[in-house]
Write a protein that binds this ligand. Structure first.
Ligand code: PLP
Length: 359
């Protein structure tokens, strides 16, 4: 049975990438060693990491004063690393509370004793729309933190806030390289790789040079300046995860880059949203202008029926459409590697389920 994996992460990889991993596994680049066995201090790996950094900068079209850094510890560790590295002058940051992951970032910064001003929140609307992009007072905050795509709630910014001289820090974990932005508007991007750039164990930070080196004597493993200096190899990096990310980046380039990914993801998500909006059984709760291209939550309003649907879907190979435990219902994640046909199959299935339901 062909299966389509709608998981929010770790998520589907391009089939071409899986094929390449299989080919490379016994002997990477004719070295006689598997890619999991090669030393991070070898020329073989130097090429992998340098190429991945170069491909990513090309895809993002960011100028040369951005560093691409590779960390471990997930995007969650960056909720600690970013304030420790950047919140040095005002010791105060601004944050738009758009959902679970923004709130996690707020919590981690607060634990460090850094003041977090929540500029706006849509918690009282169950995060079915985004907070307002208000003008920020200048020279007040070390940065503004936003979550470009809210994986659980299914919202995404189409426009970015104008922050004046306040740096913009963004968690792009769930729509990185899947939705097009002017990436040079971000002063720092943090991304867990396991949705659109490969596998868990790797976190990518793309940061502007003028933001690093502000804090001194940080724990080494979260020190941006040190990681920039050591080309992300202060200690043993996640070699396999960086190699997979490199393959995914190459794949995105071959497909036509971020603009093409954005176009495809719009087409995929439109198909699903249009069906849901016409349906009498299903509801997509997010306000239209704030809908995510990559995570589409929907409900029937009847938890037992949702359960039955999720079960039936998995029996026909439509996997992992269960919504996050905090919102219930269903969620289809349509990351870059999900083909259009996967969404067509899902819509056909939902259509049939609805017809059977009404009898
Ligand atoms: N930010 C967003 C938007 C996420 O979706 C997630 C995880 O799903 C995280 C942060 C946390 O990432 P990690 O599990 O890599 O720490």
């Amino acid at each position: 049975m062909v299966v389509y994996n709608f998981s929010a992460g770790p998520a589907v990889l391009p089939t071409e990438v899986i094929k390449r991993i299989k080919e490379d596994l016994p002997s990477f680049d004719n070295s006689g060693m598997s890619v999991m066995e090669i030393s991070h201090r070898s020329n073989l790996f130097d090429e992998v990491i340098d190429q991945a950094q170069q491909d990513l900068k090309e895809l993002l079209q960011v100028p040369d004063d951005y560093h691409v850094l590779f960390f471990q510890g997930g995007c969650t560790l960056q909720f600690t690393a970013a304030p420790l590295n950047l919140a040095t002058e005002h010791k105060k940051i601004a944050l738009l509370d758009s959902g679970h992951w923004a709130d996690r970032a707020r919590d981690e910064a607060s634990r460090l004793g850094i003041e977090v001003d929540v500029i706006d929140s849509t918690k009282n609307l169950h995060y079915t729309q985004l907070p307002a992009l208000k003008d920020l007072p200048q020279d007040t905050y070390d940065y503004l933190h936003i979550t470009t795509n809210n994986t659980i709630e299914g919202t995404a910014y189409n426009r970015l806030p104008k922050t004046g001289n306040t740096p913009l820090v963004a968690d792009l974990s769930s729509n990185f390289l899947a939705q097009d932005y002017d990436f040079s508007k971000f002063d720092l991007m943090m991304v867990g790789a396991q949705k659109n750039v490969g596998i868990a164990g790797l976190t990518i930070v793309v940061v502007k040079d003028d933001l690093i080196g502000k804090a001194k004597n940080l724990p080494s493993m979260i020190d941006y300046e040190l990681f920039a200096k050591k080309n992300s190899m202060f200690n043993t990096p996640p070699v396999f995860a960086i190699y997979v990310a490199g393959l995914v980046l190459k794949w995105v380039k071959e497909q036509g880059g971020v603009k093409e990914m954005d176009r495809r993801n719009r087409k995929k998500s439109d198909l699903l949203y249009d069906f849901l909006d016409d349906s009498k059984l299903f509801t997509a709760p997010v306000m239209k202008q704030d809908r995510s291209l990559t995570n589409v939550p929907f409900v029937t309003g009847k938890p037992e029926l949702d359960q039955e649907l999720i079960q039936q879907a998995s029996e026909v190979g439509l996997l992992n459409i269960k919504g996050h435990r905090s919102v219930g219902g269903m969620r289809a994640s349509l990351y870059n590697a999900m083909p259009y046909i996967g969404v067509e199959k899902l819509v056909d299935f939902l259509n049939k389920f609805e017809k059977d339901y009404w009898g």
